[in-house]
Design a protein around this ligand. Structure first.
Ligand SMILES: O=C(O)[C@H]1O[C@H](OP(=O)(O)OP(=O)(O)OC[C@H]2O[C@@H](n3ccc(=O)[nH]c3=O)[C@H](O)[C@@H]2O)[C@H](O)[C@@H](O)[C@@H]1O
Length: 453
């Protein structure tokens, strides 16, 4: 064999080997690629199936959320969770929202298991308005107190739907069922000092939750008029006194205050763009029976009764800290007055048809009381001396004093607070000892001597 032929043959063999090597690689690649495609397709199909399943059985999907919600919302007071309960739940929603008097309002009260919410719901229902409650029963403070309020509301024919403000589908569903004339929006993350511990909860309830509610309300047909809870804390570092609605509110001292102030601005936007009628009420340290355990008057009472020491704050320059404590019944009158004078929203189908009402009011007591004085009144009512611990107010969002000018609310809906702190605390303590089953050393109704000590 000529050398060149040998060389050629070995070249051909090499080439063939090389080609078969390439073919092998190619076929492996093809195999790998096709198995990849197969894997991805399977994954996609699985994903689609999971999504379909989730949509069908999601608690907020139209077909199923009624059943789950009704189970949750009725809680202790529910009967069964049969398929028919969707209709039963809807019936309760309708019944609760239907007014019992001619031209009565139909009000969605958010935060109905809360302090102000429960009082307002009962007051509205008692005068024949339709009231549907809405509450998420969160555990910011003892939820059993919220359940007890719910029980009270049930007795007054007010049904509370258990749900979160951020649950758009559920809120929309309620507006689909009921043409609410008004919303009394009281659900919020309250508390000034807690904002340093859990800032996100303020954003979630007071900003995102508010926007979600307004989104649903603006799209509803008819649009409801909305009255909602702002706060005296929006005055922040304002030094003009007493606080008037025209004063500065751009120096909030806490994140809580900042979210309430933001709420007022958001209200302006929804009024401006969509024609929603919006009224913000700046509540001044509301107290009374069925109150909030996170508030000073409430936990002072508990601590005094348990012989625990209480911190009484003083300002940085060692002055007394004072609040314009406002009794719950006065606040309820203010809320009802605001609802009664709220004009209709002007939008429809999410579009503004004309200018709509936009209001902000102080609801206070108009007479600030130092915290030390609050404590002496409680001591008198409880017949027990408090272990007082005077300390400088921690820098955690508190302001040194609040004082409301309420002439605007008086002018527009006759708001006039009538309960002073001693009389209001007496009612609170009476409720407290009976609710918690405490054998009181509380003074009799006609004995006022110790209260002014
Ligand atoms: O008016 C309002 O807008 C606000 O009123 C209250 O906030 P606050 O006035 O701080 O009420 P409390 O937490 O009950 O405090 C009452 C007073 O007791 C003082 N305090 C509080 C706690 C404490 O341990 N010691 C103490 O002296 C506070 O500085 C304050 O002056 C509510 O908690 C807020 O949700 C509401 O928005």
């Amino acid at each position: 064999m000529p050398p060149s032929a040998t060389a050629d043959t070995s070249k051909t063999v090499k080439l063939e080997r090389y080609n078969s090597y390439l073919r092998k690689i190619h076929s492996t690649k093809v195999l790998k690629a096709s198995s990849k495609v197969l894997f991805r397709a399977t994954l996609l199909i699985a994903l689609v199936l999971v999504l379909l399943f989730a949509v069908k059985y999601h608690p907020h999907s139209d077909s199923h959320h009624l059943h789950r919600r009704s189970f949750l919302s009725t809680g202790l007071f529910s009967s069964s969770s049969s398929l028919g309960e969707g209709a039963a739940w809807e019936k309760r929603v309708r019944q609760s929202s239907t007014a019992k008097r001619q031209h009565g309002l139909s009000v969605l009260v958010t935060g109905a298991a809360g302090f102000v919410g429960s009082h307002c719901s009962i007051a509205l229902r008692k005068r024949g308005d339709g009231v549907l409650g809405f509450d998420n029963f969160n555990d910011y403070y003892d939820p059993s107190l919220k359940r007890a309020r719910q029980h009270l509301l049930e007795k007054n024919q007010v049904f509370i739907v258990e749900g979160d403000l951020n649950d758009g589908p559920l809120l929309r569903k309620l507006f689909d069922i009921v043409p609410f004339t008004h919303v009394l929006h009281l659900a919020a993350q309250a508390g000034v000092r807690y904002a340093m511990k859990n800032p996100q909860s303020y954003i979630s309830s007071n900003i995102a939750g508010l926007v979600n509610l307004l989104e649903v309300a603006k799209a509803a047909n008819p649009q409801p008029a909305i009255v909602w809870a702002s706060s005296s804390s929006v005055y922040g570092l304002n030094t003009e006194n007493p606080f008037s609605e025209e004063h500065r509110t751009d120096q909030p001292a806490s994140l809580y205050a900042a979210t309430k102030k933001a709420g007022e601005e958001i209200a302006h936007t929804y009024n401006h763009i969509y024609g929603l009628s919006l009224t913000g009420l700046r509540f001044f340290t509301v107290y009374g029976p069925w109150g909030r355990p996170d508030m000073a008057y409430f936990f002072f009472t508990k601590d005094i009764l348990h012989g625990k020491s209480i911190d009484i704050y003083r300002t940085q320059d060692n002055q007394e800290v004072a609040r314009d404590f406002t009794y719950i019944d006065d606040i309820v009158k203010g809320c009802v007055g605001a609802l009664d004078t709220a004009e209709k929203s002007t939008g429809s189908g999410g579009k503004k048809r004309g200018p709509a009402q936009l209001r902000v009011y102080n609801l206070g007591n108009t007479s600030p009381v130092p915290v030390g004085r609050l404590v002496s009144i409680l001591e008198g009512l409880l017949g027990t001396k408090a272990k007082k611990h005077l300390i400088k107010m921690p820098r955690n969002g508190d302001v040194p004093y609040t004082h409301a000018n309420v002439s605007l609310a008086y002018r527009d809906f006759g708001y006039k607070p009538t309960t002073d702190l001693a009389a209001g605390l007496r009612k609170f303590v009476k409720w407290y000892v009976s609710y918690y089953g405490i054998q009181p050393r509380v003074k009799k109704e006609n004995s006022h001597a110790d209260e002014s000590a």
